[in-house]
Design a protein around this ligand. Structure first.
Ligand SMILES: *Cc1c(COP(=O)(O)O)cnc(C)c1O
Length: 363
């Protein structure tokens, strides 16, 4: 059969999403969703939504949302682009600023969507391995520059480890890099520190920040994210490469109310952070090695010498008990599972399941 696919598309595999079981009794700790509900105002918006308004096209540039986001971050509306999830921003940055054949840089490991987007654009990837403790090597920017990288993806806090690069170091990296720096802050809401990155981005000529409502605002199903950056980087995506009506009218209204309800969102971040500390300590007591995380997940290394140090076995045994965590069959991650922080009750059930799995193995 003749294939009409471009050769790079024919050769590539697609993005492997985390499992999305429909069974509501499953405890889902595999895709970093927020375990707490979105702002109650979201329900009101949906309840009062004027269905007749759908006859018309939505506001093309999401001005209401961008104004609220700009005020929140102390920047101007022109410094914000609203996108269909953070993922649309990643795609726009790739297609707007990188020619096919040019290199896209990233750390290893990192968010597994980045290499996929590079393949779609027919761009080779250049990977710099992180240090043993998941920190960024000193020569990171030099390596990127030497390879002639055009766009560098950096996820901070890091996925899948939760490690945070301090703002000063990010600023230094951006200054050293010859490329655009896409600073992916999908999990920044769960970091224990105040963020100065938006001011840094708009004062730069090469930083675009990614934010999303999927994690911090409990709205993964909505598909709403945004970018923050200098006008010179936001404007071409805004006026040329974005779909003319990339965000529907319902999503725009929901996103506005959710971003505006900072008090509600912050409460959920505090709860996640406090549960994260509790789960980390409990896992350490069970013999796991769990580095500090600034995200809403933990990367836990199973204790060795118990016959169960194969993390894939742990993943499967948890799945038998209807608890989903994420296992990556990839270098440096094979002895680890990534566990999203759930509600207090979900975390308790996870911990007792792990205790049961290891307890029954010991004798
Ligand atoms: C979740 C996530 C995003 C954005 O996801 P959307 O749901 O498309 O907003 C971006 N980067 C990382 C690392 C993520 O985990």
């Amino acid at each position: 059969m003749k294939s009409f696919e471009r050769e790079n598309i024919r050769k590539m595999a697609g993005y492997a999403s985390g499992e999305q079981p429909q069974d509501p009794s499953t405890i889902k700790l595999n895709t970093n969703e927020n375990p707490y509900p979105a702002s109650p105002k979201v329900r009101e918006v949906l309840h009062n939504f004027d269905v007749e308004s759908l006859r018309r096209y939505p506001p093309p540039t999401s001005p209401g949302f961008r104004k609220i986001a700009a005020e929140l971050h102390g920047v101007e509306t022109k410094n914000i682009i609203a996108t269909r999830g953070g993922d649309e921003l990643l795609r726009l940055v790739t297609t707007t600023f990188v020619d096919p054949g040019e290199k896209i840089g990233m750390s290893y490991p990192t968010y597994s969507l980045y290499p996929i987007l590079a393949q779609i654009q027919n761009c080779p990837t250049f990977e710099v391995p992180l240090n043993e403790d998941w920190s960024i090597p000193d020569n990171f920017a030099d390596e990127m520059n030497r390879a002639g990288v055009k766009l560098t993806f950096l996820v901070n806090p890091h996925a899948p480890s939760g490690q945070l690069v301090p703002a000063e170091r990010v600023a230094e990296l951006a200054q050293q890099l010859d490329s655009i720096l896409l600073l992916d802050e999908a999990y920044i809401d769960f970091a224990n520190i105040e963020q100065t990155s938006p001011a840094m981005a708009i004062a730069s000529d090469n930083i675009i920040i990614l934010r999303t409502l999927s994690k911090g605002y409990s709205l993964a199903g909505l598909r709403f994210g945004y970018g923050i950056g200098p006008d010179s980087l936001i404007e071409p995506m805004m006026t040329k490469t974005r779909d003319s009506y990339n965000l529907d009218a319902i999503s725009q209204q929901i996103a506005e109310i959710a971003l505006d309800d900072q008090e509600h969102a912050r409460q959920s971040w505090h709860s996640v952070i406090s549960e994260r500390g509790r789960v980390q300590v409990a896992l350490a007591e069970l013999g796991f090695s769990v580095p500090d995380s600034h995200a809403n997940f933990l990367l836990a290394e199973a204790p060795s010498g118990e016959g169960l140090d194969n993390a894939e076995t742990l993943y499967k045994k948890l799945k038998e008990r209807h608890i989903l965590v994420r296992y990556f069959n990839a270098p440096r991650l094979q002895n680890k599972v990534r566990i999203s922080i759930g509600t207090h009750e979900e975390n308790d059930r996870l911990l007792s399941a792990i205790q049961e799995i290891y307890g029954s193995r010991r004798d």
